[in-house]
Ligand binder design. Structure first.
Ligand code: ADP
Length: 647
């Protein structure tokens, strides 16, 4: 079987040889006609035969046709001049003129034929080059033309396809009646057809059919051009399936989700920033711009969970609107953070806001704002909202219970200290009584020494202050205050705690020590609660040494600055230490080894310290005793001037 390229190669090789033969023939014919016209006594219109020369040379193009027309006309004139110019008969002149007219008409017709042939050749070449399939079927649906595109798409070569019935070859499926009616009425039809490739795969094609008629109006066939839609169809179907999947997920998601257009929001926010300013601080100081920008975020779609969250009647109550009026003013900063995050190119930004539903309920909501792929200029933003109202309420309840528990722990601790506190108050009171009696005695002297009386009164005052101090410390610790974070001087706080247990320590024969690097930075913490922790650890330390007789009972409070900048407070005793393996359990609630213990002291200490952003840990010492230590974050203000860490 010849390929098309093979055909062209053979044709190109033959062309010069055929041209030479035709040229030679044309010259021979011209010479013969001219000779007969001039030298023979034939009195016919011999010159008319020149039209054969013109027709012979016609395939060589327009120029050759014109040249051959002119040449043959010239030879006709020459022959006439040679034979008849001296005695022009009427018949000779009219034959001469008929010949010239014939040459002229043939030349003109050849030129026209040539140009229409060129146009057809061009058109045929374009059809060959087309990526679409071009097929010409005759009136009996037999394929008479089949281009490269058809070869490639259907898998049948030109030789195999031409002459076959198209409907059979390609197992066509199309709306026959609709096509017949359209071709009949309008002469053309366009629509979709389904066909089968040589390998059996089905194709969906966008096809355009044109009915062809001959000059007498007889139907000669149909020319059709088709493009493969299979891939596009598959891609469309895939897209639709993805969209269906997205829609199902969107609608059935258990959390509120809505899709918004944030392009205007971002434009308002970004356009508002003056030169040299940064978006974050600018929006922070201009909440009204954030409000205005958020008001421009239009909701495109919302799922049923969003309708529930907002207590709306239907999706339509949300779609097309914005949520600006729903956010409470304190959420402005969180929303401006979302804008800043999106502007910085983040594809996911989180914010916690508070919003008011259509039913006037206030809900705490965590927003997860995601930029959807494909959306330009923040035009497709997906917002997922998680209602954390219950979680926040539970957290608030937990904090309240923790505070109450901590308070209960302090009261119980003070209960343990009651005897020594009473003693500590009693001492100055007894001193006051004694100094009072002495002053009275001095006053009963015949010549009272007022200086002595004054000294007694001074002592009474200082002892009263001492007693008042003890009462004040106890009162502060017993106070049922809500958690309150302050900048606190840790050294002072440690001194206060030591003062509270000093008497208890003395009663147990415990020597108190302090180790500190000197000037400590302030820590950020709740004063009362940190003091509670310290007193608790000191008391545990004292109690751990109750049964120590073979060494001196020492309790040391060691403060140091950690490499990460936090302050570490360690309470080191030389008692019995934790029972083996108990270090992991001592912070669990109700773990106790004491017959009179409750086992909640250390668990309260842990929750207090962790709530302040610190850590608490415990370990037995190398020789004897144990160390319980905690860290606290320092004030950011002072952190810069922190002393070098102690190794
Ligand atoms: P309680 O003192 O009521 O037992 P805590 O929570 O304060 O409750 O302490 C829990 C347990 O941890 C104690 O019973 C004791 O076994 C152990 N413990 C705490 N501190 C020390 C310490 N300094 N040395 C040895 N054991 C300790």
């Amino acid at each position: 079987m010849h390929t098309k390229a093979g055909h062209e190669l053979v044709a190109n090789e033959l062309r010069p040889r055929r041209s030479a033969v035709l040229n030679a023939l044309a010259i021979l014919l011209t010479a013969s006609i001219f000779a007969i016209d001039v030298f023979t006594p034939f009195d016919g219109a011999i010159a008319v035969l020149y039209i054969g020369v013109i027709l012979l040379l016609a395939p060589f193009g327009r120029r050759v046709v014109i040249a051959s027309g002119l040449m043959t006309a010239l030879l006709t004139i020459l022959a006439f001049a040679f034979g008849h110019l001296s005695d022009p008969s009427e018949g000779a002149v009219s034959r001469f003129l008929v010949s010239l007219v014939a040459i002229l008409i043939t030349t003109l017709l050849s030129i026209r034929d040539r140009s229409s042939r060129t146009t057809l050749e061009e058109q045929a070449r374009i059809l060959e080059l087309s990526h679409d399939t071009v097929i010409f079927r005759n009136s009996r649906d037999i394929i008479v033309y089949w281009n490269d595109g058809a070869e490639k798409l259907y898998g049948w070569s030109r030789d195999a396809a031409i002459g076959r019935i198209c409907g059979e070859l390609l197992q066509c499926r199309f709306p026959t009646q609709e096509i017949a009616a359209a071709l009949e009425n309008e002469g053309q039809w366009s629509g979709e057809v389904v066909r089968t490739r040589r390998d059996g795969t089905r194709l969906v094609l966008a096809s355009r059919w044109l009915r062809r008629r001959d000059p007498d109006g007889r139907f000669i066939g149909t020319i059709e051009s088709s493009a493969d839609l299979t891939e596009r169809r598959r891609a469309d179907e895939q897209l639709r399936a993805t969209e269906r999947k997205y829609r199902t997920i969107f609608d059935s998601a258990g959390f509120a989700t809505w899709e918004s257009d944030w392009s205007e929001t971002m434009r308002i926010a970004l356009d508002s920033v003056p030169d040299g300013q940064q978006l974050g601080p600018w929006l922070e100081s201009h909440p009204e711009i954030t409000q205005q920008a958020i008001a421009a975020a239009v909701i495109r779609d919302a799922n049923p969970a969003a309708v529930d969250l907002f207590e709306a009647d239907a999706r339509e109550a949300l779609i097309g609107g914005n949520l600006c009026g729903r956010y409470t003013p304190e959420g402005s900063s969180a929303l401006s953070n979302v804008i800043v995050g999106l502007a910085a190119g983040d594809s996911l930004v989180e914010a916690e806001v508070r919003l008011q539903t259509f039913g006037k309920r206030i809900a705490d909501v965590v927003l997860r704002v995601t930029l959807l792929p494909g959306g330009q200029n923040w035009s497709h933003v997906l917002v997922m909202a998680f209602d954390v109202t219950e979680r926040n309420e539970a957290r608030a309840r937990y904090e309240q219970i923790s505070t109450e528990l901590a308070h209960a722990g302090r009261v119980s601790m003070l209960g343990q200290l009651a005897a020594s506190i009473a003693h500590e108050v009693n001492q100055p009171l007894a001193a006051i009584v004694n100094y009072g009696k002495s002053a009275k005695r001095f006053l009963h002297h015949s010549q009272p020494d007022l200086d002595d009386v004054g000294r007694c009164v001074d002592k009474m005052i200082s002892n009263a202050v001492r007693a008042a101090d003890v009462v004040d410390r106890v009162r502060k610790l017993a106070r049922k205050a809500t958690s309150q974070t302050d900048l606190i001087d840790l050294s002072e706080l440690i001194e206060d705690a030591i003062d509270l247990i000093r008497r208890e320590a003395r009663a147990h024969g415990v020597t108190l020590r302090r180790r500190s690097p000197g000037d400590l930075p302030d820590v950020v913490a709740d004063r009362v609660q940190v003091q509670q922790v310290l007193v608790n650890l000191l008391m545990n330390g004292i109690h751990s040494m109750r049964e120590v007789y073979d060494r001196s009972r020492e309790l040391c409070v060691d403060t140091s600055v950690m490499p990460d900048g936090t302050i570490r407070v360690a309470v080191i005793d030389c008692g019995t230490g934790f029972p083996t393996g108990a270090e992991a359990q001592i912070f669990e609630p109700f773990f106790t080894t004491k017959s009179d213990g409750m086992g909640i002291g250390l668990s309260i200490c842990r929750s207090i310290i962790e709530n302040q952003g610190g850590r608490i840990s415990a370990a037995n010492n190398e020789l004897f005793g144990a160390t319980v230590s905690f860290t606290l974050p320092v004030s950011a203000l002072r952190a810069v001037e922190m002393p070098e860490p102690i190794s």
